[in-house]
Structure formats: C-alpha cells, structure tokens
Design a protein around this ligand. Structure first.
Ligand code: NAG
Ligand code: NAG
Ligand code: NAG
Ligand code: NAG
Ligand code: NAG
Ligand code: NAG
Ligand code: NAG
Ligand code: NAG
Length: 422
C-alpha cells in the first residue's frame, strides 16, 4: 500500500458522519465505499462504525470482486450492495454474506461458495445470460431477483436444490422460454410462492410447467409477447395471474382447475371474446380486460361468478352491452366500461346488492334514468350525449342527468383514448 493511500484511509477515521471527497463515507446506518480498486483497500472496512448495517460499494474498479474483498466485511453488516461498477464482470461470494445486491455492472459470472448463508440476492442491470449455476450452493436463499439483465431462458431445474426460495423475480430480461429438464422432484416445488417473468420475450407458455410449484400464489407474465397459453393449469394455491400486455387473441380457460384464483389481469391484449370458461372459475374476484378488442359484451357470460367484485372492460370497441338480466354475478360491485362506443345503456334490472357503473367517454344518447335499478348505487357517465352522475345510493334521480350537445364528442373521445394505452 502506498503512503498516500494509507494517509487517505486514515483520514477516513475523521470523516465518519461527514461528507467530503473521502472514499469511505458513513451516516447513521449506511456506509459508502467509493472506487474500490484492490484487496488492500479493504483495510478501510475496520473504520466502519458498528451501528452501520448497510455497506454500499460504489464504482468498484476491478473486473473480479474476489472472495477476500467480501470476506473482510465486518459481520455486523447485514446488507452489502455493489453499484455502478461497469468494470465488474465476476463476483465471488464467501459463505458468510447474507444479503447481496449488485446493480449496474457488467456481471457475467457469480460464484457462490458452498454452504453459503445467502438469503437475499438481487442483481439488476448486468450481462448474465443464465441463472448462475452456483445459486444452488445458496441453500438458504429465500429471495432471488435477477432483473434487467440478459437471461435468455429459465430452466426450473437450475433452481431445483433451492428448497427455501420463495420469491423469484426475473423481470426485464430476454427470456424466450421456460422449461424443466429436472428428472426428479425438486425441493423448490415446495417453497416457491411468487414467480415473476414480466417484461421478457415469451411467446407461448406451457402452463403445465407451473403445476408442480404447489406453493405458488402469484404468477406474473405481464408485458411479454405471449400469443398462446398451452396445457392444463391445475393448481390449488394460485391466487393471482397477470397476463396483461401480451398478444393474446383467444383465451381458453376450460382446462384450468384453479380453485383459489382470485385475480386475472388480461389488459392490453388483443382479445375479442370473453375468455372461454372464465365463469367456471368461480373464485375470481377481479377480472380486467381493459384495452382489448371486445365488440359486444353480455354479463351473462360471467353468470355464476359469485365472488366477482370488479370487472374492467374499459377501452374496448364495445357497441352493445347487456347488463339487465337475471344471470348476473350477484356480488359485482364495480363495472368499468369507460372509453367504448356504446350508444345506449339499459340498467333497468341489475340483480346485485350495490353496483357502481362507470361509462364515461362513450356515445350514449339513449338512457332512461327513471327506469334505472336502485341497485345502481353509483354512476359516472360523463362525456356522453347524456351526462349522468350520482355517488350515493339514495340520492339519485332524474335531476342527476342532463342532455348535452354530443356533436363534438366523437372526435373528442377518440382523442382522449390515449388514456387507454397505459
Ligand atoms: C458444507 O456443509 C456440509 C454439511 O454441514 C459439510 O459436510 C461440508 O463439508 C461443507 N462444505 C464446505 C465446503 O464447507
Ligand atoms: C420437471 O420434470 C420432472 C421429470 O419429468 C418432473 O418430475 C417435475 O415435476 C417437473 N417439474 C416441473 C416444474 O414441471
Ligand atoms: C391484433 O389483431 C389485429 C387483427 O387481427 C392485428 O391487426 C393486430 O396487429 C393485432 N395486434 C397485436 C398487438 O397483436
Ligand atoms: C363449466 O361449468 C358448467 C356448469 O357448472 C359445466 O357444465 C361445464 O362442464 C364446466 N366446463 C368445464 C370445462 O369445466
Ligand atoms: C367508435 O366509433 C367511431 C365512429 O363510428 C369510430 O370512428 C371509432 O373508430 C370507434 N372507436 C372504436 C374504439 O371502436
Ligand atoms: C336489486 O337486487 C336484488 C338482489 O340484490 C334483486 O332481488 C332485485 O330484483 C334487484 N332490483 C332491480 C330493480 O334491479
Ligand atoms: C322521468 O320521469 C319524470 C316524471 O316522473 C319525467 O318528467 C321525465 O321526463 C322522465 N325522464 C325520462 C328520461 O323519461
Ligand atoms: C345537470 O345540470 C344541473 C343544472 O345545471 C347541474 O346542477 C347538475 O350538476 C348537472 N348534472 C350532471 C350530472 O352534470
């Protein structure tokens, strides 16, 4: 170590709680260590005050953050973060590290020591092309995020041994496939609760792959390029499936057996018909189909969905809807039909306890407020040739509506449809 670097590091002693141009800067709970260049610099770790529990290494200048550089981190540090280190390609993780985040680096390789105690590992913005093989050495791992990297696929077998992993988030990679080459039962199947593969390049997904993940309650597949869902999903725990922002045209749920499924998000697809057999999934409480291509809708297609509370079919191409029928989901609370092309609305018979109807930005010129069911507890019908609104169940009535000159609405509403694309 040069005299100069010793001098600089000793200065560190006096800069705790002080910000300046020093390489180790600490506040109450954090220390930042800038420009780590070599093993010798880790000498500075001894100046980290014992109340600090997060150490951030910013701008590590080497290609390989080797074993000894993390080994020397004081044991009272709970979280180590390595950020903005463009030279960094390879990190070796000693077994005593519990929580490690590596963000914005050129990471291509990470070696995790056998019997590692790592329980949180987050890697964001990197060059990894697959889930590192040494992740299987991290038997205590509960939480793994590899996001905004270059992963090309996911093989569930690569995490087979990770029998404590609960959260796996691989958002914003380049994943084109999900497979399973494992030939045996994996410990992972009994633990994984949440799987996120959003913002990738998936085009078809075999839903059967997920059947073995018995504890999974949320599956996030939004913002891919999915055109087809294959296979029979049979899953007793799954509560939430996100498929929004894909390229689905027809969705057929007839083969799904998902008795706990509560939320299905299908917004921003290319769907022309209510998903087949959706009404057989009677546990669903929220169904969203905003920004699709539905041209007609009848609530009868959802009859019997007695857990359904919220339905969103806004931003479609609806010209007709049928709501006044006895085949109605009995506990529906909100239906959103904003931004469609409806010209008439009949709410005369709505066998639901208390329904909020949103139908702004349409072209409704035929609506009989006098004949509206009292079960419609709230109505928002702005930007239509007839404007109506009430927000309290017992105060509604004929003075809640006004006729307007609807001539400008067509152009106007189309313009406002920008709201539909996010
Ligand atoms: C890992 O732990 C196992 C069981 O505790 C032990 O037998 C093995 O030697 C350890 N391996 C290393 C590399 O520490
Ligand atoms: C992976 O394949 C093996 C062998 O066919 C099977 O036992 C296991 O359940 C499969 N896992 C998944 C996630 O499909
Ligand atoms: C949706 O379908 C239409 C007509 O089939 C097609 O022209 C359009 O490109 C599709 N959009 C997407 C996002 O796939
Ligand atoms: C859907 O439910 C109906 C009525 O309960 C039943 O007759 C039909 O077989 C079910 N379809 C599927 C694919 O489960
Ligand atoms: C609504 O109707 C108008 C006029 O017929 C048409 O120009 C417009 O494209 C329609 N919008 C949608 C979303 O179908
Ligand atoms: C209001 O809803 C109840 C069930 O909650 C139903 O029996 C009744 O027929 C409905 N009335 C109208 C006018 O929609
Ligand atoms: C509603 O009923 C009132 C009288 O009860 C009547 O004056 C009004 O014109 C009716 N409105 C419509 C839209 O039929
Ligand atoms: C209808 O017009 C009346 C009188 O201008 C106004 O008080 C009321 O708020 C209007 N209703 C709606 C829904 O715009």
């Amino acid at each position: 170590m040069t005299l100069l670097s010793i001098y600089r590091l000793l200065l560190v002693l006096h800069t705790v709680h002080r910000f300046g141009s020093m390489r180790l800067q600490c506040s109450r709970e954090f220390c930042y260590f800038y420009d780590l260049t070599s093993n010798e610099d880790t000498f500075a770790y001894r100046y980290i005050p014992p109340n600090v529990d997060i150490l951030t290494v910013e701008n590590a200048l080497m290609e390989h953050l080797d074993h000894s550089m993390l080994q020397g981190v004081p044991s009272f540090i709970d979280h180590v973060m390595v950020t903005n280190s463009y030279a960094l390609r390879w990190v070796s993780v000693p077994k005593a590290v519990n929580s490690l985040m590596i963000s914005t680096s050129s990471l291509q390789r990470i070696d995790i020591e056998t019997n590692s105690t790592l329980s949180y590992l987050g890697i964001a913005v990197c060059n990894l092309v697959k889930v590192p093989i040494t992740v299987q050495n991290a038997q205590m791992l509960e939480w793994l995020h590899i996001t905004s990297c270059k992963l090309q696929g996911l093989n569930l077998a690569s995490l087979c041994e990770n029998g404590r992993l609960r959260v796996l988030n691989l958002m914003a990679n380049k994943i084109r496939y999900v497979v399973n080459t494992s030939t045996r039962y994996c410990a992972l199947y009994d633990t994984l609760a949440s799987l996120t593969l959003s913002e990738n390049l998936l085009t078809t997904v075999n839903m059967e792959l997920f059947n073995v993940l018995g504890r999974m309650d949320s599956l996030h597949l939004q913002n891919n390029k999915i055109r087809a869902l294959l296979g029979q999903l049979i899953h007793s725990m799954l509560a939430e499936v996100r498929l929004d922002g894909n390229k689905l045209k027809d969705v057929d749920l007839c083969e799904w057996v998902v008795p706990s499924l509560s939320i299905i998000l299908l917004d921003r697809n290319n769907i022309t018909m209510i998903p087949k057999c959706v009404k057989n999934i009677t546990s669903v409480s929220m169904l969203t189909l905003r920004s699709n291509r539905l041209s007609t809708f009848t609530i009868e297609s959802l009859a019997g969905m007695n857990a359904l509370r919220e339905l969103d079919i806004s931003c479609n191409k609806l010209t007709t809807v049928t709501l006044s029928t006895e085949h109605f989901p009995a506990d529906l609370e909100v239906i959103n039909m904003d931004y469609n092309n409806l010209t008439a609305l009949d709410l005369s018979f709505i066998p639901a306890r208390s329904l909020e109807v949103r139908v702004s930005y349409n072209l409704i010129s035929r609506f009989d407020v006098n004949a509206t069911s009292r079960n419609v507890s709230q109505l928002s019908m702005y930007q239509n040739p007839i404007i109506c609104a009430w927000h309290t169940p017992f105060l509604w009535g004929r003075d809640r509506c006004n006729q307007t000159d609807g001539s400008v609405l067509l152009v106007h509403n189309e313009h406002l449809r920008n709201a539909c694309h996010n």
